[in-house]
Design a protein around this ligand. Sequence first.
Ligand SMILES: [Zn+2]
Length: 354
Amino acid sequence: MSAPQKEQKNTPAIALTPDDVIPHGRCPVCDGDDLVAYTELTFHEIIIPYQRCRRCDLVFMNPVPNQEWYDRLYGQAFWETKSAKAAAEKTQARQKQLIKELQRTDKLCAALDAAGCSPAPGARLLEIGCAFGLIISSIAEHYQATPFGVEPSEMAAGFAKTLGDVEIIAPTIDQLSETAPGPGGEMDVILFSHVMENVVDLNRVFAAIDRWLAPNGVVLMETPNSTVQNSTHIYHPYCFSQDSLRQLFGGHGFEIVSLRASGRPSSALIPRYLTLVAKRRAAEKQPAANGPHSGLDRRFGHGWRQTVKRTPLKFVDRILTGILYAPDAAAKQRAGDLAKAHLAEATGSGEDNG
Ligand SMILES: [Zn+2]
């Protein structure tokens, strides 16, 4: 699910008709009706408006393309990028992406540890949209746990199995929400790494979590922080902030154990990502009600990012980021080896499909 994000310019034209979209009369997270125009996205002459909910601060596509339309788009983008690049370029791009994923893995483990939610040895960890399985298999290795995944791309799922020993339990979250775990099959951690913003129907996501998360299990997620940077993108029906995430999880019976904004690993000064750990709320606790949201922190956050980008602060950021978050030699080596293995696997199997 996360793989095609950077490929917007390569994606082919695809028609979007009124039959392909779902209009929202109310906010899909808090059910509020105080919605204001936020921005517009232009994608191959298709204009997709975003609105912002003034109650919970959610930014969302309205109307939003339906899942079938996204499935078509993902299918086209996937084959396009698969065939367009030369082998060496592909391997290099893969290595870069894999290094980033390894850095993200360290950050996610740190988030679990800091929240006091480190999985015990033997725990079952599920990643939704696990792609090639690097993040979930690395986290599982770190905690001596067992990795599971949900992944729609057959090729990526194949890699996750053979290279990461990740057991794929369903191709999509919709299919996951329609099945139930067998005895002892519930998950101790369910991970969404840059995936929650990509889904169309958030209620389906929580239906799947409800079924598959063990009673004391935790949800771990990372998503772009729209308070400092617009994360509007053809693949992002939702752009979250801390407040909209609190509302989303609170509304589905969860309490947030930790929620942090940080730029790790790509910026020391701009907190571009939100990392959240949540667990089911104890029955007696009530979620705090949100008042109307002024949007001031959003204005401040975007202003801060512009300041860093347009002044010498950008050099400070670059230096600090290099010092704080540079990948180590072992990560580079591992990513390089995996990138080559991915390519070998890809050319050995499904190339005739392109
Ligand atoms: Zn709302």
